[in-house]
Design a protein around this ligand. Structure first.
Ligand SMILES: NC(=O)c1ccc[n+]([C@@H]2O[C@H](COP(=O)([O-])OP(=O)(O)OC[C@H]3O[C@@H](n4cnc5c(N)ncnc54)[C@H](OP(=O)(O)O)[C@@H]3O)[C@@H](O)[C@H]2O)c1
Length: 278
């Protein structure tokens, strides 16, 4: 297969790149400097030149607070950029895989969100990612939209990789106790997506590790697994959290029954985290 990955140097994109290369696919994974998705001509020219069998769209402005502070950039990258990538896929009849987010939901439910629940994003990040979903599902016949949450992994900046050193440095850390979703190990996400691609999966599918937790509970597990004793973790409600800029869903756990019916059972996040932390 010929695979083109946008955002190929990001946390998820670089993992996809390695995984596709490992199974012998021909992979193109340009970073922003080689293919800025807000440059329509460049996007169309690159997709026309490569004619990928599958395009994995990982490029996004992913800083949730940054998107609120700089909503023009968020709209340009996440919505308009995705529109250009979609146009390119229509042009060469390429199948598209889009990594979307639990932040398309408002978090007012108390049970996991399924693929048919109606999105209602609270933040600019969620709104612009949802616009991306709309372009793809309206203009493409062959697409797969994966909604996932709180990804952690070896490459890139994420909570599970940066928290251990912070825990060793600080005496006290304040963490939110009422933002609940499912952590997702990038390796499990990529394995599931590659399986779905092979199986010809289509439409919207939720992909995340089993189980759920708040950021506070997540940090407690990291502390326990790494046996860090000198730091005190303090739970705080998001409403009382200083420095909050973007609104976030309180409960955005994704229901993975559809994924399971397609033959994939995701590991529990605690086991995945332990594996990641070694
Ligand atoms: N991380 C999560 O918890 C999470 C959860 C749900 C969904 N997702 C989705 O998963 C996908 C991958 O996220 P990630 O965690 O791998 O984020 P990431 O590490 O921030 O990767 C995003 C990549 O997109 C690139 N990018 C930004 N603007 C671009 C532009 N204009 N043109 C081309 N590339 C551009 C970034 O390059 P620069 O570094 O040069 O800006 C970066 O390499 C995103 O679509 C995100 O919305 C992530």
């Amino acid at each position: 297969m010929k695979v083109l990955i946008t955002g190929g140097k990001g946390m998820v994109g670089s993992f996809f790149k390695d995984a596709f290369m490992e199974v012998g696919d021909t992979v193109y994974a340009p970073g922003r400097e080689e293919m800025d998705i807000t440059d329509r001509e460049k996007v169309l020219e690159t997709i026309r030149m490569i004619k990928p069998d599958v395009l994995i769209h990982c490029a996004a402005y992913t800083d949730v607070d940054g998107c609120t502070l700089n909503n023009r950039k968020a709209y340009l990258v996440n919505a308009v950029g995705t529109q250009y990538v979609t146009e390119g896929c229509v042009d060469v009849d390429s199948r598209m895989v889009y990594i979307s987010t639990d932040f398309v939901f408002d978090g007012k439910k108390t049970t996991p969100y399924s693929e048919v629940d109606v999105p209602c994003p609270l933040s600019v990040y969620g709104q612009t990612k949802l616009l991306g979903e709309y372009y793809i599902s309206h203009f493409l016949k062959r697409f797969l939209i994966l909604r996932t949450s709180r990804i952690f992994g070896e490459k890139g900046k994420n909570f599970a990789s940066s928290l251990p050193s912070l825990m060793k440095k600080e005496k006290k850390l304040v963490l939110t106790s009422n933002l609940v979703n499912s952590p997702t190990y990038v390796a499990d996400l990529v394995n599931a997506v590659m399986f779905l691609i092979k199986k010809g999966g289509a439409g919207i599918v939720n992909v995340c590790n089993k189980g759920e937790c708040s950021w506070y509970e997540y940090a407690l597990k990291i502390k326990e697994f790494l046996k860090i004793i000198d730091v005190e973790l303090i739970p705080v409600e998001f409403e009382d959290f200083q420095n909050r800029k973007a609104e976030r869903p309180r409960y955005s756990v994704l229901d993975t029954s559809l994924l399971e019916s397609l033959g994939i059972s995701m590991p529990h996040w605690e086991g995945a985290l332990q594996k990641f932390l070694g």
